[in-house]
Design a protein around this ligand. Structure first.
Ligand code: AMP
Ligand code: MG
Length: 302
């Protein structure tokens, strides 16, 4: 690796280090992570240039990932409402070949989905080898919204044995095991929690009401959900404390400044792709010889 490339890589790793949740660490939100953090970027401008470079590199790595066709990459986004999941996905993935990416947004489960085990609908949308799968919300909703609203758990038609004891501890273990299985089999995982503050969420809801062009984004249900803010912070704290593992660590991304959030998200995804280090397949001598024969044939056509 060239010297300046190695230097840039180590700078990027230092940049994302504060976002990583060390496995086993006990996280307490909102104390432990500052949603307004902007590293030492002075201006939005610095971040925009970095993002542009990141987007380009993501496209290059995606092409290699597809050609190698061995690893898949799952990127999980979780956040409170109005944290900016959609905009971040749009900006960060803007450079990549759409054939190699699939975004799945998970909403309230359908009747068919409730007729299956709780991981079923997520398993069906996992990325295949050579592709990137983005989960806009994910199986983590099963230990977040479902935990905050117990009637949702009641609607999951579980046998009594699966409702007894500590449901959430058991689900954490099942999710950790499932992720380990995926990583062991070549599906790598990046987990991002976009951490917006309560104040900033309020400002963004108000903007959705006051700015006519944003009215379509406003949902009365989001404002009602905001009343459960503290329960969600607790549920998120527990998720971060119990499901950040060596094979699939969480990253808590400061989300009060969208321009900063985008660079941070792009960097974490890029870092995982650099670690995968996908290569274009090498052509064997035999295949090369066949190719040259084909070349002669093509040239010999009249
Ligand atoms: P949005 O992402 O804003 O379009 O909203 C999707 C809604 O679906 C959110 O209110 C989520 O909490 C809800 N949702 C997602 N997954 C589940 C789930 N497994 N059970 C219940 N509600 C869910
Ligand atoms: Mg919403």
């Amino acid at each position: 690796m060239a010297g300046d490339q190695a230097k840039r890589l180590s700078e990027m790793r230092a940049f994302i280090e504060p976002f990583r949740v060390e496995p086993g660490r006990k996280v307490r939100l909102p104390h432990d992570f500052d949603p307004g953090y902007t590293a030492d970027f002075v201006k939005k401008r610095d971040a925009t240039d970095l993002l542009e470079r990141g987007v380009q590199l993501l496209a290059e790595y995606q092409a290699r990932l597809a050609a190698q066709d061995t690893y898949g990459l799952l990127v999980v986004f979780q956040a409170m409402d109005a944290a900016g999941k959609d905009g971040t996905i749009k900006h960060v993935m803007s450079g990549v070949n759409p054939q190699g990416v699939r975004v799945s947004s998970f909403k309230v489960p359908s009747a068919e989905e409730l007729d299956h085990d709780y991981l079923w609908r997520y398993a069906r949308r996992l990325p295949g080898r050579g592709t990137i799968g983005i989960f806009n919300r994910s199986y983590y909703e099963e230990v977040l919204v479902v935990r905050v609203h117990p009637q949702l758990l009641a609607g999951q038609k579980l046998p009594a044995s699966a409702r007894r004891g500590n449901v959430w501890k058991r689900r954490f273990r099942e999710i950790n095991d499932w992720e380990k299985y995926l990583v062991d089999n070549g599906i790598r995982i990046v987990k991002l929690f976009l951490n917006v503050s309560r104040d900033e969420q309020r400002r963004r809801f108000l903007r959705r009401i006051d700015d006519l062009e944003r009215n379509w984004k406003f949902s009365e249900a989001d404002v009602r959900e905001r009343q459960h803010w503290d329960d969600y912070q607790k549920a998120f704290s527990d998720v971060l404390s119990n499901t950040s593992t060596e094979h699939a660590p969480w990253h808590v991304i400061p989300a009060d400044h969208k321009w900063f959030m985008r660079v941070a998200v792009g960097s974490v995804i890029l870092d995982e792709l650099v670690r995968i280090d996908p290569r274009f397949p090498e052509v064997s001598d035999d295949a090369r010889a066949e190719m040259l024969k084909a070349r002669d044939e093509l040239l010999g056509e009249d």
